[in-house]
Design a protein around this ligand. Structure first.
Ligand SMILES: [Ca+2]
Ligand SMILES: [Ca+2]
Ligand SMILES: [Zn+2]
Length: 220
């Protein structure tokens, strides 16, 4: 148990020290606020326009695509192919709702995957890929192109996220945002761009940049 020291007597000298300490704290807080403004990740920069779609949407040897495809339309119908723990499912819902609210695309949740499905969610492994034992955080695979490979659009795909590596917190949310972004056709952003979940690897960013949202809105 820790016993708190007795409060000092409130003499004139102590009051001055407190005032000086308060001024230092205020100064530090202002400096920190200014720094966070300067280095805020989502402030668009002059070079923001080099974000891009990565839509080669070509067939991978394993039967899925090697790079992002465009979505078939503005509606993103999603489901979980196998039941997900609600801790994970709620994050899936939240990131799809974010796509809906932040862009011109919209989301539709269907409890059972079917012909209407655009994104079927899987934890750790799908029919196409097994992330267990790998260092891959997540994958967005088009498994059924719209009108065949080479047309650039995806009718249906699998979103696979490695829960053993990402957990269910910030890294999981970032990875969901990232893979959903690939289903819109977004590719990774270059280091010169403002922060977004489309960065690769460890991050807690769960939104798209202003330039990426403009790109999505221009398309859908
Ligand atoms: Ca669709
Ligand atoms: Ca579809
Ligand atoms: Zn990626």
């Amino acid at each position: 148990m820790i016993v708190a020291p007795a409060s000092p007597l409130g003499g004139a000298h102590t009051r001055r020290s407190r005032l000086a300490a308060a001024a230092v704290v205020l100064l530090l807080a202002s400096a920190l606020a200014l720094m966070s403004l300067l280095f805020a990740p989502n402030v668009p920069s002059a070079s923001a326009d080099d974000v891009s779609f990565g839509s080669t949407c070509s067939q991978h040897t394993s039967g899925y695509n090697a790079a992002p495809c465009f979505a078939d339309d503005a509606n993103m119908d999603f489901c979980t192919a196998v039941p997900w723990d609600s801790t994970y499912g709620n994050v899936f819902m939240a990131r799809m709702a974010y796509l809906d609210s932040a862009t011109d695309m919209y989301d539709t949740y269907t409890a059972t995957c079917g012909a209407q499905t655009d994104i079927g969610g899987w934890l750790n492994s799908s029919k196409e890929i097994d992330l267990r034992g790998s260092t891959v955080l997540g994958a967005a695979l088009c498994t059924k192109p719209l009108g065949g490979w080479g047309n650039g659009k995806c009718d249906q795909g699998s979103l696979v996220v490695h829960s053993a590596l990402t957990g269910s917190g910030a890294q999981f949310a970032k990875t969901m945002c990232h893979e959903i972004g690939h289903f819109t056709g977004l590719w990774h952003y270059s280091s010169s761009n403002p922060g977004s979940c489309m960065v690769s690897g460890a991050s807690s960013l769960t939104t798209y940049s202003t330039a990426e949202r403009a790109l999505i809105n221009g398309r859908y």
